[in-house]
Design a protein around this ligand. Structure first.
Ligand code: SAM
Length: 275
């Protein structure tokens, strides 16, 4: 028998960002037991519920109907019902709808239970190798070079790691602009986290661009280190790239771009380490 859901509570339920196994036991229980379930896209959530073997209906709550849905959700809470909120992937409210609903529920004095779970920006930060002591999340970067440069300029003085969600189609252009304005800063591209083709690219923006090649697919978190020089252990990088089976000239080009050391010097190290 399933447990009864909490009464008069709003429950924020995270869902996986790629690997379905990342659903938590508590999220599973709440998806099943809350009295009402609201989803960013009911078709996406229907697929998830099917995968999880949960048979139930959902109501939509997205950017275009959130005000009206907030009225409805508040009425459920006043009637003592529990209401769950999910988005298409990851943690609701993080570049996803739900802020207005939470604000209304809190203002009316209802309990808001936030279930911890998958969130692309946190996974990317934790795995990036960039400092985690202070960070700022800038959401999605704006489209268009002028707007993008203006946005980055406002963040230039921040003394910590910057994190953005970025469209894979705009990523190369964004890296080009970052390479121009912050050529020394460390950059990390975290693509398709928890999915089959997960990829991490690290180095200066110019080097990341080279490694990125023509790829324009996938889901991307872009991180930028604080304004200090990147210190890369050239020998360790060379060994790692050679171990991946990458050709010596390509290793030279990548490590030279990442470290700023002369290509001839790097090539000599590649030859020595390969031997
Ligand atoms: N609420 C989600 C979260 O908790 O991360 C984010 C939703 S936002 C609409 C979607 C963006 O998150 C994508 O465009 C991408 O930038 C990032 N994202 C989501 N899943 C990702 C993944 N598996 N790998 C890398 N980035 C991801």
């Amino acid at each position: 028998m399933s447990e009864p859901g909490p009464a008069g509570r709003l429950v924020i339920i995270p869902t996986p960002i790629g690997d379905p196994d990342d659903i938590t036991l508590r999220a599973l229980r709440m998806l099943r037991d809350v009295d009402e379930l609201y989803a960013e896209d009911t078709r996406v959530t229907a697929d998830l519920l099917r995968t999880l073997g949960i048979a139930r209906s959902t109501r939509s709550c997205h950017d275009h109907n959130e005000e009206a849905r907030a009225d409805e959700i508040l009425a459920h809470l006043h009637a003592g019902r529990s209401v769950g909120l999910v988005s298409d992937a990851g943690t609701p409210l993080i570049s996803d709808p739900g802020f207005r609903v939470v604000a209304r529920a809190r203002a009316a004095g209802f309990t808001v239970d936030v279930l911890p779970g998958a969130c692309a920006l946190i996974a990317a930060l934790v795995g990036s190798g960039l400092p985690t002591d202070q960070f700022a999340f800038g959401g999605f970067l704006p489209a268009g070079e002028a707007a993008l440069r203006a946005q980055l300029a406002t963040l230039a003085g921040f003394d910590g790691t910057l994190i953005f969600y970025e469209s894979p189609r705009r990523l190369a252009e964004t890296l080009r602009i970052i390479a121009a304005i912050w050529p020394e800063r460390a950059v990390v591209v975290a693509r398709n986290l928890t999915k089959a083709h997960e990829q991490w690219i690290s180095g200066r923006a110019s080097a990341a661009l080279q490694q990125l090649g023509a790829e324009t697919r996938g889901e991307v978190v872009l991180l930028v280190g604080r304004g200090e020089t990147v210190t890369i252990d050239a020998d360790a990088r060379i060994r790692a790239l050679l171990a991946e089976g990458i050709d010596a000239r390509r290793v030279r080009d990548v490590v030279a771009a990442e470290t700023g050391l002369p290509r001839r010097e790097i090539y000599a190290r590649v030859m020595a380490l390969r031997a």
